[in-house]
Design a protein around this ligand. Sequence first.
Ligand code: BES
Ligand code: ZN
Length: 912
Amino acid sequence: MEQLHKYKQFKGQPRLPKFAVPKRYDIKLKPDLITCKFTGTVDISVDIVANTKFIVLNAAELAVDRNSVRFNTRNGSKVFEVLEVELFEEDEILVAEFPESLPIGLGVLSIALEGILNDKMKGFYKSTYEHKGEKKNMAVTQFEPADARRCFPCWDEPACKATFKITLEVPSELVALSNMPVIEEKVDGNLKTVYFQESPIMSTYLVAVAVGLFDYVENHTSDGVKVRVYCQVGKANQGKFALDVAVKTLDLYKECFCNISCDAFYNYLKSCRYFAVPYSLPKLDMIAIPDFAAGAMENYGLVTYRETALLYDDKHSAAVNKQWVAIVVAHELAHQWFGNLVTMDWWTHLWLNEGFATWVSYLATDNLFPEWKIWTQFLDESTAGLHLDGLAESHPIEVGINHASEIDEIFDAISYTKGAAVIRMLQSYLGPECFQRALASYIKKYACSNAKTEDLWAVLEEESGEPVNKLMNSWTKQKGYPVVSVKVKDQKLVFEQSQFLLSGSHGDGQWIVPITLCCGSYDARQNFLLQSKSETLDVKDFLGCSIFKGSIMETGKGGKNNENSECSWIKLNVDQTGFYRVKYDMDLTGRLRYAIESKCLSATDRFGILDDSFALSMACQQSLASLLTLMGAYREELDYTVLYNLISISSKVARIAADAVPELLADIKRIFIGLFQYSVEKLGWDPKQGESHLDAMLRGELLTALAEFGHDVTQNEAIRRFHAFLDDRNTPLLPPDLRKAAYGAVMKNVCRSNKSGFESLLRVYRETDLSQEKTRILSSLASCPDPDIILEVLNFLLSSEVRSQDAVFGLAVSWEGHETAWQWLKDNWDHISKTWGSGFLIARFISATVSPFSSYKKANEVEEFFASRTKPSIARTLKQSIEKVHINAKWVQSIQNEKLLPEVVKELAYRK
Ligand code: BES
Ligand code: ZN
């Protein structure tokens, strides 16, 4: 009691007290891979800056040897033995109390500790692999956001930067890696001590070690940074693609961030003597870890990855896997600057790390692989941000964090994709050159230090002379985004903004919206800032306004009959660089539909019109009939990203229709099958020699969709090819890009009386040692319509055959399997919560199982079930998932009230 009282001042605080500042950590760790325990010592040089008898730092799940804790003044003149040491698990802090005040100035705090190599994929943990048929453990770290404290006591906050000198004692046959290069190894019998060079100043969440048996491939950047890709023994060849991307990306980041204009950044690097080499560490290692919760982690100099995000197999990886490897590598390497060199000041500014790394990774990927049209594909990302941010339960980009347990949940589409999208929006508003110059000076100004969002705005404001802070605050400090309605009235264009919510209600947010518009041609452009609720633009001022004459303005109705109609369209948010939606009036919508059919619009704009229309329909601001009519304009679509979205919208519509208007479902599916005929006939089943990356990806997506919608011909052909694959895993009939489609078709045809397809897939799963193949199979299994099989699949996910990192892939359950999945989640919640409850993957169990429901009754049931089971790490996801169920329920009702829908569906399904 007395203890609690004495230390009360330190408990329940979101941040550590700052009377001691860490400068340097000397860490020695000895992991035991057999007993899965570790021991260690840490000597932390600290600067005592205020009179105190206490040192308070973070620690969790560690046993601290009380007798080891002491404080030495720098010159060694005095040793302070500790009076009391207490670890408060709930606050994750260690309080060391000394008998008298510690002298202001430098000293060293020493602590000896013991811990467990856990199986939760965080802190210092064990991962397993097979070597020569034998099961082995490796020891690795994952410290972001706040788990370094589970390995050694530390000031575990991003702003508490220090240098790290790491020493590992490990079995002598193993490879030991850390952030910095090895300076010395001393072998002593079966053990060796590995000494690593001291790191530059960095945050605790970026410290890393990995100990195990690994192979590697190696290369150098043009200025001599040694780059290696480590992986399981025997898989080194699979590291070559990532290695190549890494070397090129580092060279690119060194030189510039994009090929438009990079002088500013380049000059900065040349002039900045402190970083004589652009990448500031002497080496970069990247390593594939078989058990890994996230996709990858940007630890300074030792980037860790899931196998699927780093390894690429020539024979069995698909184009989409290749693209993912490139994006992830580019993302993590971007962090070496955005995040590692300049670090967010606190988790509230996480988006400065993640939004920027995401945005930069697209710049880099676009540079290396222009044929991938990755900026168009970015729209698929940003639509995920728009969807999440269309919920009332969303959060602002800059979000308050009061406890470590709240951090995990903000690694979401808001921080990543909304973050990246608002950066893109700002860049497009300020212009790439100005933006780049500002970034260069931002990095220079905050290198080796920390920054807040407003620090970035200040630099951009100075460089551009624009009111960046005011403009951007409306995007980062409030949640949500606007829908801008546009209509033609009295020779004028009237713009109105209101907050877009998928629930259909109107929020009261207001934004400063950089509006761009084109009228009739991409040469007739206009930009302005929409600063108030509504604004009117005089068409007379509009460039090339003559195209209005005789069309929109004069006929009022517009449409196909008008002479000028083919160019009389208006598209807002040109190229979709803005993070907002647009709602056109009926007339303008008709014109856009015609412009799409006449192939007047760019792929990005076609994407935007479709995506906005879908969102408006879901929010019951537009009928499903008009969405379906618009979708009909995409029959000759060939762009990968647009079709990808068309497919994903089709399958969402089919799902909601199954709940709302089951009697129309068959015809709705028929419409969708019809929509994809044109493109699928162009692509065929067999890859063409030298065909593009995008065509290879598109073929797989289209065939998967056709099989999903029950297209017999596609299903039969897919199954035929699957049988050929079972006979020969290298058959040209089923290259990796087609496998997802085939697996989906196979599972569609599995039922309790004929499980052979399922069994064959499990056999392929068990045989392959390629992680991408395993996840491909897992993501197809639950597409089976038979609830009995679904249950078998779900139980399989909990078995020891599926790594806990991968179980979430199997949760993509068919419409028919939903009730089963929910029952299964309830039945297994204790186990699921125990296994995944301490990480962020648990949230996926909830969102995948709950959000597809579409009735208020179900929403209540979910709420009731979780009433006694919620906790901080799932609270946000749970609320968001329940909100989605409400949105679906409302959508169902609105669809059921659409009088014209049956007629429109018939007409679209049977039109020639
Ligand atoms: N810093 C993150 C890793 C991370 C995520 C740590 C969540 C802690 C919690 C890393 O840079 C990252 O963003 N990884 C992404 C991949 C990226 C390409 C979007 C991931 O893990 O999905
Ligand atoms: Zn990241």
